[in-house]
Design a binder for this molecule. Structure first.
Ligand SMILES: NC(=O)c1ccc[n+]([C@@H]2O[C@H](COP(=O)([O-])OP(=O)(O)OC[C@H]3O[C@@H](n4cnc5c(N)ncnc54)[C@H](O)[C@@H]3O)[C@@H](O)[C@H]2O)c1
Length: 254
């Protein structure tokens, strides 16, 4: 690890087995943090850990308070927790709202919204005990504007935005800054899942083109585009920034 902005600090990253959570964890570790990685995917966690020095991996589910309690215990054991990124999330079914099954709605809200809340509830006391810190939650550009193809996902992420902003106000005087990133379409396994469900090559190409035209910068994002924003918001350079929902979306919301 090459040292840097987070030297010696303890960081928890959920959703660390893949995509944006993995890239965030690697970025934090490269800049000196001691990372605790959480995900339900054990082999993915191990793969991330290989790039993170002496990472601790906790396999668990963000919808399960008991596994989050194990995560909190593991983080507390290595030092004061001052950094948290909550990237665990799912895209869910790409259907109109009226075609969505009740279980599909519940699953999205259980993981994206309740899972973020349970994670914050489990880990905030550690950060309060540490005397402060930085938190970045993962919402979506679709949490700031309507999304015809992903209405329930959009709603689940809008809730994450408001939870984060409210929490930022609650804990401003505790030295805890809470911000939210709102990515556009970023090249990760999740985006691949969105494109893959369409079936035929033509349908896939059409969906890719539809998503691409929403991004004025003319490309999809890379995980590094989001990680740069997350690390900035977690760092002391963002000491006077709390309660923002920052689009990292190639201009989609301009
Ligand atoms: N990729 C995008 O275009 C995009 C855009 C906007 C927002 N986001 C958000 O960014 C975050 C990361 O997305 P990604 O693209 O890296 O997705 P990804 O599918 O590559 O990674 C998500 C990770 O979350 C984990 N996870 C899912 N449900 C879990 C659960 N119940 N408990 C524990 N871990 C769980 C998965 O195992 C996986 O490792 C998500 O919250 C997503 O909604 C992504």
């Amino acid at each position: 690890m090459d040292g840097g902005r987070f030297e010696g600090r303890v960081a928890v990253v959920t959703g660390a087995a893949s995509g944006l959570g993995r890239d965030t964890a690697i970025g934090l570790a490269r800049q000196g943090a001691r990372v605790v990685l959480f995900d339900r995917d054990r082999s993915g966690l191990d793969a991330t850990a290989q790039h993170c020095g002496t990472a601790i991996c906790i396999q668990g589910d963000v919808t399960d308070a008991a596994s989050l309690a194990r995560l909190a215990e593991a983080a507390a054991a290595i030092g004061p927790l001052t950094l948290l990124a909550t990237a665990a999330g799912v895209i869910g079914a790409t259907k109109p709202l009226t075609a969505l099954e009740e279980e599909e709605w519940d699953r999205l809200f259980d993981i994206n919204t309740k899972g973020t809340w349970l994670t914050l509830r489990a880990l905030l006391p550690l950060m309060l005990g540490a005397g402060g810190g930085g938190i970045v939650t993962f919402a979506s550009a679709a949490g700031l504007t309507g999304s015809p193809s992903l209405p329930a996902y959009s709603a689940s992420k809008a809730a994450v935005v408001m939870m984060s902003r409210s929490l930022a106000l609650t804990h401003a005087r505790d030295g805890i800054r809470i911000n939210c990133v709102c990515p556009g379409s970023i090249e990760t396994p999740m985006l691949e899942e969105v494109f893959a469900v369409t079936g035929s090559a033509e349908a896939r190409a059409a969906r890719e083109a539809e998503f691409l035209q929403r991004h004025p910068l003319g490309r999809f994002g890379k995980p590094a585009d989001v990680t740069a924003a997350v690390l900035f918001l977690l760092s002391d350079e963002a000491a006077f920034i709390t309660g923002v929902a920052l689009p990292v979306d190639g201009g989609r919301l301009a």
